[in-house]
Design a binder for this molecule. Structure first.
Ligand code: NAD
Ligand code: DAU
Length: 351
């Protein structure tokens, strides 16, 4: 049967890769990109597919229940892939309530709408919730997060994502809503908003600005190329089992300072600068409050049960990412100058 899927947060970093993959791969599906276009939403991310016949865009906030319900009715929506969120840990430390509204209440609004609209027959529907490894808290030097690891969120961002995960599971247990959840590690790649480590540092190297490394720089993250995450979402959406959780990760741990040095090295090579030039920009600064020391995902379950594994090595992915940013300085300049926020008006004001 042809599906009509709402993808929330489709104008954001990961969402835009998921929308592109689904629009191109499934011409029989109707893909409805539901996005409020906050500072993190950028329709320029989807320029290459925006005129495809199976793509729709709706500027809707998931806090607006009526607008979400209307969209379900308009398209007789069969499935939801939910990525819309406030996603930046540092912003959550400054404005926790924004994270509660969008990540918790916004998610519950979507769950309620799906439950109500699909009540007549819950089969052939799916509510896919995209979550993060940060819900599991912080690891010491040993061990990995599995699907059984107890939740232990430590930042307002991860607390809000953990809460949304609990609501998704509660709707499955209580109302039998067909849900699936994935918890993924740190993504990187094209269209990454330059407030996050890798794109921020690429931009700062291009501008000759300092590279602000938090604390001792020995914090560890598990990095996954965003297109591999999108492929995993495609697989879990079609083959995952209702009520299940799947961890997704890169099998690719890096201490921040080692990653930053590799990035500096690749940037110097690509920009034709003497080795060591960009490293001189590294500046250690005050730590992030409550900074989680280490994340690392055990992605054995999704590999064993669904056959997923990353296809891109970190060296390749990082190199491709840098090449993309170097080839798309206009995108980067539009984002850093704020011009991207006018794209919606210019593209959609007459539609
Ligand atoms: P992002 O910040 O780049 O994009 C978020 C998108 O959601 C934007 O387009 C924004 O406009 C939209 N949005 C925000 N609030 C909204 C609201 N109230 N109503 C409608 N739309 C709204 O985020 P991302 O990095 O692409 O992350 C996407 C999802 O994946 C999030 O749920 C995040 O928690 C999760 N995740 C991210 C990572 C990562 O490394 N970036 C890793 C694991 C999981
Ligand atoms: O693990 C998945 C999570 O990864 C996602 O759920 C989040 O949405 C996503 O933002 C990301 O969170 P992090 O906090 O790990 O990502 P960020 O890029 O902000 O930081 C990565 C590491 O780099 C972290 O240890 C903090 C450090 N850092 C970050 C910035 C922005 C710096 O040292 N300096 C910086 O300027």
């Amino acid at each position: 049967m042809s599906k009509r899927i709402i993808i929330t947060g489709g104008a954001g970093f990961i969402g835009s890769h998921v929308v592109r993959l689904f629009v191109n791969k499934y011409p029989d599906y109707t893909i409805i990109n539901l996005d409020a276009l906050t500072y993190a939403g950028n329709l320029e991310n989807l320029r290459d597919i925006e005129n495809k016949p199976n793509y729709r865009f709706a500027k809707v906030n998931i806090l607006d229940v009526k607008a979400v319900e209307d969209l379900f009715d308009q398209y007789q929506v069969t499935d939801v892939i939910h990525l819309a969120a406030e996603s930046h840990v540092d912003r959550s430390i400054v404005s926790p309530l924004d994270f509660v509204y969008t990540n918790v209440i916004g998610t519950v609004n979507l769950l309620n709408t799906a439950k109500q609209k699909w009540a007549a027959d819950l089969s052939n529907h799916r509510f896919y919730h995209v979550s993060t490894d940060e819900v599991y808290g912080s690891l010491g030097t040993e061990g990995l997060f599995t699907e059984e690891t107890a939740y232990d969120p430590r930042s307002p961002y991860s607390a809000s994502k953990a809460s949304s995960d609990h609501f998704v599971r509660a709707y499955h247990e209580t109302y039998h809503l067909p849900v699936v959840i994935t918890n993924c590690s740190n993504n990187y790649g094209p269209f990454h908003f330059p407030e996050k480590l890798i794109p921020l540092f690429i931009n700062n190297i291009l501008q000759g600005k300092p590279l602000p490394v938090y604390g001792d720089g020995l914090y560890t993250r598990d990095w996954l190329y965003v297109k591999d995450h999108a492929l995993a979402i495609d697989l879990v959406f079609h083959k995952g089992l209702n009520g299940e959780t799947y961890n997704i990760g890169g099998f690719n741990e890096w201490k921040n300072i080692d990653l930053v040095k590799l990035l500096c090295q690749q940037m110097d090579e690509k920009l034709g600068k003497p080795a060591g030039t960009s490293e001189q920009l590294i500046t250690y600064i005050k730590d992030r409050p409550g900074h989680d020391r280490r994340y690392a995902i055990d992605a054995t379950k999704i590999n064993r049960e669904l056959g997923w594994k990353p296809t891109v090595t970190f060296q390749e992915g990082l190199s491709e990412t840098i090449d993309w940013f170097l080839a798309n300085t206009e995108w980067l300049n539009n984002v850093t100058s704020g011009n991207y926020q006018h794209y919606y008006e210019s593209m959609y004001s007459n539609k």
